[in-house]
Write a new protein. Structure first.
Lengths: 315, 323
């Protein structure tokens, strides 16, 4: 536990002030890249590639419009012949002598990330809860070896595992399918989910279940009605960790999906505009992709330490 | 916990078929209604283990098999020949592999050194509990939760020599003019180290902070009584206490960086030339661009064994700091 510290060595107000200043300076420095990307998403394409880089600029939603649409270049005469633009984004695009020809693939890729993220999170937490309870409460032969085995699956280099999985999925018809990716991410997340949830179950006193069992509950009922409700916070934290992992995963998505089940991370780099990368559109995609993670990180801040050490370090 | 031991396994081996025995007089174990615990345990653990066997262990065995063949995944019709250890011989005999491993080692060693220095420093500063410390800590933690591939992508923009903010800021302080971090052979290895440091220093910092907070105040008080200077206090009290946490952080991040793929692929894709072609990136080239599946599998097996060995040490460290 962190004590609000009356540490003999470092209590001087001046020391605190210096420490605070340095930490805040680091925090601000570390935020520059993120702030810059969010700002870029509101720049016009010319502003995004100006030299020197523009700190002050006129915000526009062009990047977001470009992110969600496909466009084609037209002659001004043709555009004039179309009549007045129907929407604000039509007029925005026409200023660049282009017309919107359809929807881009970004929304679909984003939805894939959501579906695969939530699907694999649900499965990993469901299976992980059962296994964690069993590992915490029952005498299981080779328990420590099994737990080590489960954790070691996390260590495997994704690119190395991808070779046989690619072949296996090709044989089973799971290549580029949502189900295939959900199963894969579930397997990768299981290690974290089992270890983290086991830590949470370990913290629940056994007496509660014992009392329930004495009252005539079966062990299973005691698990459902007594243990599960107390695991709620732990399950929520674990779920967020799994969700963030699936959301961020790139190597498997790159090597095993190409269209139907492709998630956002391999897609964002290939949002190409005319003549090279359309930076505001890439930045817009990045912003929309990163915002949920930042929100979840803030929600999760007290559990982060636990999450990154597989439940070994609590506070 | 010993007093709960009796309820942990009402159905010891052999008893499940005759549950009434469990309640026989003289037996210390209490009967529980419903499924015997042993069955419940099997039922709860099996699905997870089965999934891991199917998606991790089966492919692993397959990889080992493929590593002894000349299989090429893009030519499924071609007969597969068993070629013994030839892939391994070719792999270990090739000059290039050592180059990739060297690039990887350079990346791992420097990221760890820099991140430990900054992370430990930050943790000691945050541990002074200045006003607003927890708010700023949360801010600092954000980069490590982001998608490495997406981070790599947007850093290519920040690194643009003319239009990028990184070059502009460096120029502002040094007057060096535009610098091409990604395009230059000498700077590219540092470009990936900087991004990794930006992203993962918080990880080391967070574990150091946990270590610092585990040090009881009386140790510092004792040091004060003994008139120990700040350096002595750090060397004899702080460092030994946080060392297990630091070990844990370095091992985990070291393993992760040893197999680094996503961030670097998007940032430099191994270039220029092969200056930032780390082991995993080369593996992907061999397996999914050149389609030398057998050869790539042999490389994969070597990486597995290394990571597995390091992982073993990591788990030992993990059990040591368990609170």
């Amino acid at each position: 536990m962190s004590s609000a510290a009356v540490r003999v060595t470092d209590t001087s107000p001046r020391g605190k002030m210096i420490a605070g200043t340095l930490v805040i300076a680091y925090a601000l420095l570390t935020m520059i890249p993120l702030v810059w990307i969010v700002a870029t998403s509101f720049k016009s394409p010319p502003d995004s590639i100006s030299y020197p880089p523009k700190v002050l600029f006129e915000p526009t939603l062009e990047g977001y419009v470009n992110l969600f649409t496909t466009r084609s270049r037209q002659t001004p005469e043709y555009i004039d012949s179309l009549g007045p633009p129907a929407t604000w984004y039509d007029s925005l695009v026409r200023e660049r002598n282009m017309v919107i020809t359809g929807e881009s693939r970004f929304a679909g890729r984003y939805m894939n990330s959501v579906i695969i993220g939530f699907g694999s999170t649900f499965l990993a937490v469901f299976l992980g809860t059962l296994a964690a309870y069993a590992f915490s409460r029952f005498r299981i032969p080779l328990r420590d070896d099994l737990l080590f085995f489960i954790l070691s699956t996390r260590m495997m280099p994704p690119v190395a595992v991808a070779i046989p999985i690619y072949l296996m999925y090709r044989g089973l018809g799971l290549s580029d399918t949502h189900l295939g990716m959900i199963l894969l991410y579930t397997a990768v997340n299981l290690s974290l989910s089992v270890w983290l949830l086991k830590g949470f179950v370990d913290e629940i006193p056994r007496e509660y279940e014992e009392a329930a069992v004495v009252d005539g509950y079966t062990r299973f009922q005691a698990f459902i009605k007594v243990v599960l409700p107390q695991m709620r916070a732990g399950i929520a934290a674990t779920a967020i960790f799994c969700l963030i992992f699936s959301w961020n995963e790139y190597a498997f998505a790159l090597l095993l999906t190409s269209g139907t089940a492709q998630t956002a991370p391999p897609f964002i780099p290939i949002i190409i505009g005319e003549g090279g990368l359309d930076w505001p559109a890439v930045a817009a995609g990045t912003t929309l992709f990163l915002v949920p993670v930042v929100v979840f990180t803030v929600l999760l801040r007290r559990q982060l330490l636990r999450g990154i050490t597989f439940g070994a370090v609590r506070r | 916990m010993t007093d709960h031991a009796d309820i942990r396994y009402t159905a010891a081996p052999g008893e499940a078929a005759t549950p009434h025995e469990a309640t026989a007089p003289g037996r210390p174990r209490r009967a529980v209604r419903g499924l015997p615990d042993r069955w419940l345990a099997t039922l709860f653990v099996t699905p997870s283990i089965a999934l891991l066997l199917a998606i991790n262990i089966f492919p692993l065995i397959w990889t080992v098999y493929l590593s002894f063949t000349n299989f090429r995944a893009n030519q499924p019709g071609r007969p597969v020949e068993w070629i013994g250890t030839r892939n391994y011989e070719r792999l270990l005999g090739s000059e290039d592999i050592w180059g990739y491993l060297q690039a990887t080692a350079h990346f791992v060693v420097w990221t760890m050194l820099i991140q430990v220095a900054i992370g430990l420093g930050l943790a000691m500063l945050i541990n002074r509990d200045f006003k607003g410390a927890s708010f700023w800590t949360t801010i600092i933690l954000i980069p490590m939760m982001l998608s490495p591939a997406v981070v790599g992508t947007f850093w290519t923009y920040l690194y643009q020599p003319q239009t990028g903010i990184f070059s502009a800021i460096v120029d502002l302080f040094t007057g060096l003019g535009p610098i091409d971090m990604i395009g230059s052979v000498s700077l590219a290895p540092w470009a990936i180290i900087i991004v990794d440091t930006w992203m993962w220093t918080p990880y080391i910092m967070l574990l150091c902070l946990a270590g610092l907070r585990s040090i009881p105040d009386y140790l510092y008080e004792a040091a004060e009584v003994d008139r120990a200077g700040p350096f002595q206090t750090f060397w004899h009290i702080t460092l030994p206490r946080i060392l297990p946490f630091l070990m844990l952080a370095v091992l985990f991040r070291g393993i992760e960086n040893f197999k680094m793929f996503d961030m670097v692929v998007e940032l430099t894709s191994g270039g220029p030339g092969s200056t930032t072609e780390l082991a995993s990136i080369n593996l992907k080239r061999e397996a999914f661009e050149k389609w030398r599946t057998g050869y790539a599998s042999a490389f994969a097996v070597i990486l597995f064994v290394t990571v597995f060995g390091l992982g073993n040490i990591y788990v030992k460290a993990l059990n040591r700091v368990k609170s």
